[in-house]
Design a protein around this ligand. Structure first.
Ligand SMILES: O=C(O)C(=O)C[C@]1(C(=O)O)C=C[C@@H](O)C=C1
Length: 276
């Protein structure tokens, strides 16, 4: 039994962490960095990771939320809109993609984000190949090994599934993905960032009025995305990341004033951000 400690849990407690798998996905590497020594549980979808944490089958879950080239991960944002879980921590990690498998094969498996991140290189290296989306980069490597095809994945996944590496550095520019750890609590005492979900009445100036308190209290916004609300065509939830903790006075005051100018504010959590 490995001794392991995370703030709030004692040494000697083994934590269980679900991640988007199978083994050797980028999310697997992120889970290893966020929870060294933990027991890691692969899941075949992001939604499954949420369900395992919600069902108390694991202590934490790790999922991708945003890529610096391709933007937000829709499945993660949609689950955040309905879950009672919080964001406990985040990790920004560099993503280095390789093309691996049998040279000249007509099919390239990949996670849709990874295929887009490598779009220009793939056009050059394998023009005319069929791009086949699968749930993760390690799933792509496993599938390519089974079918003697090609895939876009990490060097580690290519090696683990016995694939020949045909090209490295496929990404179209500096490529980073932010991963989040989900839990039943956040870490406001130790936080660099706060994430919220909100929505506004469909009337002129509502977004402008909502943002004003953040400007006045000097709260820096780090990210803002809107996503359609399922079942309500042309209505949107807004996902906003702020610098600071919900316990910081200027953040708390801005949130309280902004809440009065929106339909609701759901605070997903205040949490530390790890890099590398
Ligand atoms: O974790 C993986 O390997 C994934 O396939 C997921 C994911 C993502 O959704 O962003 C993670 C990192 C890369 O940006 C490409 C794909």
């Amino acid at each position: 039994m490995t001794a392991w400690s995370v703030s709030g849990l004692g040494v000697g407690v083994i934590v269980r962490v679900a991640f988007l798998g199978p083994e050797h996905s980028f999310t697997h590497m992120a889970a290893e960095k966020l929870f060294p020594g933990a027991e890691l549980v692969p899941c075949n979808s992001i939604t499954k990771v949420f369900r395992l944490v919600e069902g108390y089958e694991v202590d934490y879950g790790v999922v991708p939320i945003e890529n610096s080239l391709e933007g937000p991960v829709g499945e993660t944002l949609d689950n955040l809109a309905t879950t009672m879980l919080h964001i406990y921590a985040a990790l920004e990690m560099r993503i280095d993609l390789v093309l691996a498998g049998r040279k000249g094969a007509g099919k390239i498996y990949g996670h849709p984000h990874a295929l887009r991140e490598a779009a220009r290189s793939l056009e050059r290296l394998a023009p005319g190949a069929e791009l086949v989306p699968v749930p993760s980069t390690s799933h792509a490597a496993r599938q390519a090994a089974e079918e003697d095809a090609l895939c876009v994945c990490s060097r580690r996944a290519a090696e683990a599934y016995g694939l020949e590496i045909i090209a490295e550095g496929l990404e179209d520019g500096p490529n980073y993905t932010r991963f989040i750890a989900l839990a039943w609590r956040d870490q406001p005492e130790n936080a660099e960032r706060t994430s919220i979900i909100t929505a506004f009445p469909d009337e002129p100036g509502s977004l402008y009025r909502f943002l004003e308190p953040f400007a006045r209290h000097g709260v820096n916004l780090k990210m803002i995305y809107s996503r359609p609300i399922p079942g309500k065509p042309w209505h949107y939830n807004f996902y906003i990341d702020l610098e600071g903790s919900r316990l910081d006075r200027h953040v708390a005051e801005a949130l309280e004033e902004a809440a009065a100018r929106s339909l609701f504010i759901h605070v997903l959590g205040s949490y530390p951000v790890q890099r590398g």
